[in-house]
Design a protein around this ligand. Structure first.
Ligand code: FAD
Length: 690
């Protein structure tokens, strides 16, 4: 492509602006300030912002852009942390950027003295996250076309890469691997090693920390950066809005956006705009020995939401009141919890992660992941604000010693408030700037559930099947409790006016901001998936779903039952289900019988009870017993589905299937594994695992 005049001007400006750059800071104040106010005003409003990377870097006086491809917020969080560290330790002018908000055809026009970082999560079966799809297709495409006509298109590009993956999935970290490969092929220069974090091994945070230090050293070396003592600089300014109270209509009390605040929420409903859906019905599928499993029916008839059997629904949870109180207390915010504040980004490229004006209570309750595992790096940052020397020393030690941190924090599942309280022996951390909390704590994430209803049968009702997360841990008085599932449990208790709702559940603010969720509602959105029944109903299906892994298969079986009731014929439908004991946690037992009555020979349920006999029996054992039938069905082009636990079950089922094919077809295991791989590639083998 030819350079046009505008490109030349942009380039010239970029060059002038950047020549000074690695001269450490002194010119930067000058280039940044004039833009600050105009950008703050536009902050949050996507409209009107340029999609041109070079332009955006230039306009905002930045020399390092950190792109994230994030699904659950972790990659975004790591990107923010890199931005923060780059600035405080090395004086880089960093900005964090959502891949979705940029075009990439001028990656080639980014000058060599600027830096691009990629923090890329791999999702599901080696897929890019929703916000990274376009970028991924562009960069790994056959011949991406760039604005300049360079022989090595990205010869000027310096980049850094970190991936977030899960080694229990076949395509481990394929996003970062493929992007890295594509960038190198296009001539770009990677600085340091490409990092990989492994959620499967539970070492994501430590992998990230272990990767970033050598990366910074390589970067400093290559770009001539000088390290300085990191000083905390807030990214957000908090201002008291004394003239407002929480009763004023313009104050957000947890509403996710303006439409919800105004009481006029409209579709499209999606990950940025949930539908506040009525809960039609909620009940317990079982409740034994402190383990309970919920069935929730969500009514979407009042919205334009649609779903297909096999899709996912996202629940937007609220934090438990107990944990909100604990958090506000340790930072000495209890007396100010309902004060109205505004939060402004002091950095033109930073985004305030929730709408304001709002209250501390609403931020903590609706927008912060306050119960999640604590980042060791974040704790190290907070050490500077410890209430006394002893606490500071302890926080510093925890922040710098991986094993010590693990033994004191991870094994007890401490969240930030519990941890700080332990570190300071209950003393309040009054000096922590609220900005540091907004920066250091992830946005509260919606949780996904595999829809357990059939859209053919109930197009406007979505069912959820979820086990409530609760774990007794040594050294803790109360059990660890998952955020979303205990919120759902509390909804269920409220809806059914259960005689003795659990005390913890009582603390949830079920009625929601301004009682908008009363009666009983919860915010939701739907995520479409590729986990689908064959379009030809006569094809056989084999489903493996122990525990709540059976959720989508309840939908599949009900769908086929409905088809037969509608006069269609369906292929063999075989379900492998497993649980502990037939009398304890055998969920939907009656429904399977009803399905059998309609589907007859076409439906077969094979169960594995792990705690009934002398030996533990799991679904994979039962699969082996059915080797012959499975092989025959696969020869008839059956679809094979696995849902549930990614760490062990899905992996074992995968290898058991290989063994079955090998023995039944008399082929080598390697050959059989190859066939399973091909089945995956052609969607004949589908997984929905978490
Ligand atoms: P969370 O609070 O998110 O905790 C989850 C886990 O994180 C804990 O068990 C613990 O291991 C860890 N953790 C959290 N906080 C800490 C801490 N402070 N310290 C140490 N560890 C911590 N679940 C179902 O029951 N049914 C389904 O059909 C279903 N479908 C899914 C489909 C998809 C595509 C995905 C991605 C997930 C699905 N899940 C399903 C899982 C579900 O999304 C939730 O992860 C699950 O319900 C737990 O949510 P929670 O908020 O209660 O727990």
């Amino acid at each position: 492509a030819e350079l046009d005049t505008l490109d030349l001007i942009v380039l010239a400006v970029v060059l002038v602006g950047t020549v000074a750059y690695f001269t450490k800071g002194k010119y930067w104040a000058v280039t940044k300030d004039p833009y600050a106010s105009s950008f703050s005003a536009a902050n949050g409003a996507k409209a009107g912002k340029s999609r041109n990377i070079v332009e955006r870097l230039e306009e905002s006086g930045k020399n390092c852009i950190i792109f994230y491809g994030s699904q659950t917020g972790t990659a975004e969080d790591y990107a923010s942390r890199l931005a923060k560290e780059g600035k405080s330790r090395f004086g880089l002018e960093t900005m964090v950027a959502d891949l979705e908000e940029f075009d990439f055809d001028n990656l080639d026009a980014i000058p060599t003295d600027k830096l691009v970082m990629f923090v890329l999560a791999t999702y599901g079966e080696g897929e890019p996250t929703d916000n990274a799809v376009e970028f991924y297709e562009f960069i790994t495409g056959d011949s991406p076309s760039f604005t300049l006509d360079n022989e090595t298109p990205l010869g000027n590009l310096n980049y850094v890469a970190f991936g977030l993956g899960n080694n229990t999935y076949e395509h481990y970290n394929s996003m970062v691997r493929n992007v890295d490969k594509a960038l190198q092929k296009l001539g770009a220069h990677r600085i340091g090693e490409s990092g990989e974090g492994d959620d499967g091994a539970g070492t994501m945070e430590e992998d990230f920390l272990a990767w970033k230090d050598p990366m910074w050293m390589a970067l400093a070396d290559k770009m001539g950066l000088e390290e300085r003592e990191a000083v905390y600089e807030p990214i957000f300014g908090i201002s008291d809005r004394d003239t407002l109270t929480r009763d004023d209509a313009e104050v957000y009390l947890g509403e996710p956006n303006k439409m919800h605040l105004d009481g006029t929420p409209k579709g499209p409903f999606n990950a940025h705009n949930p539908y506040v859906a009525p809960i039609q019905k909620s009940y317990e599928l079982f409740n034994v020995k402190g383990r309970n499993c919920l069935h929730i029916d969500v009514d979407i008839s009042g919205s334009n939401l649609t779903y297909q059997t096999g899709d996912h629904i996202a629940i937007w949870p609220t934090n438990a009141g107990d944990e909100v109180n604990r958090f506000l207390d340790i930072f000495d915010l209890t007396s100010k919890r309902h004060d109205v504040i505004s939060v402004k980004a002091l950095e033109p490229t930073a985004k305030v992660p929730f709408p304001t004006p709002t209250t501390f209570d609403a931020i903590v309750r609706y927008h912060m992941e306050i119960c999640a595992p604590v980042s060791r790096q974040f704790l190290a940052t907070l050490a500077a604000f410890a209430p006394d020397d002893e606490s500071k020393a302890e926080a510093t030690k925890l922040g710098s010693d991986k094993d010590y941190f693990h033994s004191k924090v991870n094994v007890h599942y401490l969240n930030i408030a519990r941890l700080l309280s332990t570190v300071s022996k209950g003393k309040k951390w009054t000096n922590v700037p609220f900005s540091a909390l907004i920066e250091g704590i992830t946005k509260l994430q919606p949780r996904y559930y595999s829809i357990s209803s059939s859209s053919l049968e109930h197009p406007k009702t979505i069912s959820i099947t979820a086990v409530v997360e609760s774990q007794d841990l040594p050294g803790r008085e109360d059990p660890f409790r998952g955020v979303s599932t205990n919120y759902l449990l509390a909804l269920k208790e409220k809806q059914n006016a259960d005689p003795s709702p659990n005390a913890f559940g009582l603390t949830y603010e079920i009625a929601g901001p301004r009682n908008k969720y009363d009666g009983i509602h919860t915010p939701v959105h739907v995520r479409h998936s590729n986990f689908k029944l064959p379009s030809d109903p006569s094809k056989p299906v084999i489903m493996v779903g122990p525990g709540t892994g059976v959720a989508p298969f309840r939908g599949f079986v009900r769908e086929r039952k409905k088809m037969v009731e509608n006069g269609q014929s369906v292929g063999k439908t075989i379900l492998f289900f497993g649980c502990r004991k037939s009398a304890e946690d055998f969920i939907y037992e009656k429904e399977w019988e009803e399905a059998k009555q309609v589907l007859g020979d076409k439906f077969e349920l094979v169960v594995a009870f792990s705690r009934e006999g002398p030996k533990k029996v799991y679904v994979q054992h039962r699969l082996k017993e059915y080797a012959k039938e499975i092989n025959t069905l696969l020869e008839e082009k059956a679809y094979f589905y696995v849902c549930g636990d990614a760490a062990n079950m899905a992996r074992e089922v995968n290898s058991v299937l290989g063994q079955i094919l090998s023995s039944e077809r008399n082929i080598s295991e390697a050959k059989a594994e190859e066939i399973v791989k091909q089945m995956r590639a052609s969607n004949q083998y589908q997984e929905d695992v978490w």
